[in-house]
Design a protein around this ligand. Structure first.
Ligand SMILES: *Cc1c(COP(=O)(O)O)cnc(C)c1O
Length: 404
């Protein structure tokens, strides 16, 4: 099913536009959207071979679809992995990965600062099925190392993290994982393959929420795992087939088209994010700005080396306050004063979005988990889009300049 007509050694920018399943007999230039749940088989023998996995060919919509395969091939090409497998959302991709790689009695190590739903899925939901977990400080390599046990099968990192943009050393974590006979998975939602390719640093699995920058315009939910052909075929695909966390062809098609502009969007949105971070840093109502592109960021050097010198399009900042109650009221004032930016917990959109993590994306965490993750009541996350930066700063100034 791969595109045999493409020249070899193409650059990632080219693959982002060109990599997909071959054109149909109609020669369409835009990738075809195949809306079908079933496939007519050429013969009973061929059907038997296809269902047994002995022959390429689509059999049933839960197992695969040409438009979905185009998305998978394009993403794998951009991440530099042999293969990719898609899922209905980023969270269902994580669920597929954990179901495929872990069983009762196994142990997984994650960062405390991971995406809120990831912490909840691993620490609470999967714990009910006997999967053990440890959560460690994102940037403390010694803590990752000492959390590893005899039954550790997986290290799962996210970098930069949501919302504090903490950066961890992927190559160092890969070494810790591999020395323990475990795999390293990296959630690459924030940097995307346009800035960071975790497999080149030793990661075994790259996880994506296609909902974010890959789509890039806030339209559909999607997810994926990028890995070796062996992991995809032998581990992930069987779970997808029985678990049914299948990506809809329409959603795959939307994200496929979004990926064509990923690199230029990431550069443009990151440039605006850096401008906004510098502006916030000089604002007297702001206590602290979290952005890997700022020299004041604790892992600035590592981030620049790991992300091609680009900080990404998401930043967070804390408003000045004397106590958590005032901090929350002030953060709410800034958000409620906005006339342009969207009050929304999504990210990766061309529209700039702002949100209060403590009461939304991280609202389901316990107070202790939230404090461990460093999510204060005065924290505001901004996912920078493509508007003119002066309009973005003016909109945040409405609230920041009128704090009581
Ligand atoms: C959004 C997000 C997810 C989950 O993806 P969904 O598509 O919403 O299920 C996972 N990790 C990170 C870093 C995210 O931002």
């Amino acid at each position: 099913m791969t595109n045999k007509n493409l020249p070899s050694n193409l650059h990632p920018d080219t693959l982002a536009v060109r990599m997909a399943v071959e054109r149909s007999q109609y020669g369409e230039n835009s990738e075809a959207l195949y809306l079908t749940s079933g496939y007519v088989q050429p013969s009973a023998e061929a059907a038997a071979r296809r269902f047994a996995g002995d022959e390429d060919g689509f059999t049933y919509g839960r197992y695969g679809n040409p438009t979905v395969a185009s998305f998978e091939q394009r993403l794998a090409a951009m991440e530099g992995t042999e293969a990719a497998i898609s899922a209905a959302s980023g969270m269902s991709a994580i669920l597929m990965m954990c179901m495929a790689l872990l069983k009762a009695g196994d142990h997984i190590v994650c960062s405390r600062s991971m995406f809120g739903s990831t912490i909840r899925l691993v620490g609470t939901d999967l714990a009910r099925f006997g999967i053990e977990s440890s959560f460690v400080a994102q940037t403390d390599l010694a803590a990752w190392k000492s959390a590893v046990r005899g039954n550790t099968r997986l290290l799962f990192a996210e970098t930069p993290t949501n919302p504090l943009t903490e950066v961890c050393d992927i190559a160092a974590l890969a070494e810790i994982a591999h020395n323990a006979g475990a795999l390293l998975a990296v959630d690459n939602c924030f940097a995307t393959p346009a800035l960071q390719r975790p497999v080149t640093l030793g990661a075994d699995v790259v996880m994506h929420s296609g909902t974010k920058f890959l789509d890039g315009q806030g339209r559909v939910m999607a997810g994926a795992l990028c890995a070796s052909q062996q992991l995809v075929t032998e581990k992930f695909l069987p779970v997808l087939k029985s678990g049914g966390m299948t990506l809809a062809p329409f959603n795959a098609w939307v994200v496929l088209k979004g990926m064509e502009t990923l690199a230029i969007r990431m550069q443009a949105q990151s440039a605006r994010a850096l401008d906004l971070a510098q502006w916030l840093q000089d604002n007297p109502a702001v206590q602290r700005v979290y952005y890997p592109g700022l020299a004041s960021h604790p892992q600035h050097k590592l981030a620049m080396a790991q992300q091609g010198g680009v900080g990404g399009a998401v930043l967070s900042f804390e408003v000045k306050a004397t106590d958590p109650e005032q901090a929350r009221a002030r953060a709410f004032h800034v958000l409620d004063s906005m006339q342009l930016l969207s009050l929304s917990t999504n990210l990766g959109d061309t529209k700039t979005l702002a949100a209060h993590p403590a009461s939304t994306s991280h609202g389901r965490l316990t107070e202790v988990q939230r404090q461990d993750a460093g999510i204060g009541q005065g924290l505001i996350r901004v996912a920078v889009g493509l508007e003119h930066i002066d309009d973005v700063t003016a909109d945040l100034a409405r609230g920041l300049d009128t704090l009581k």
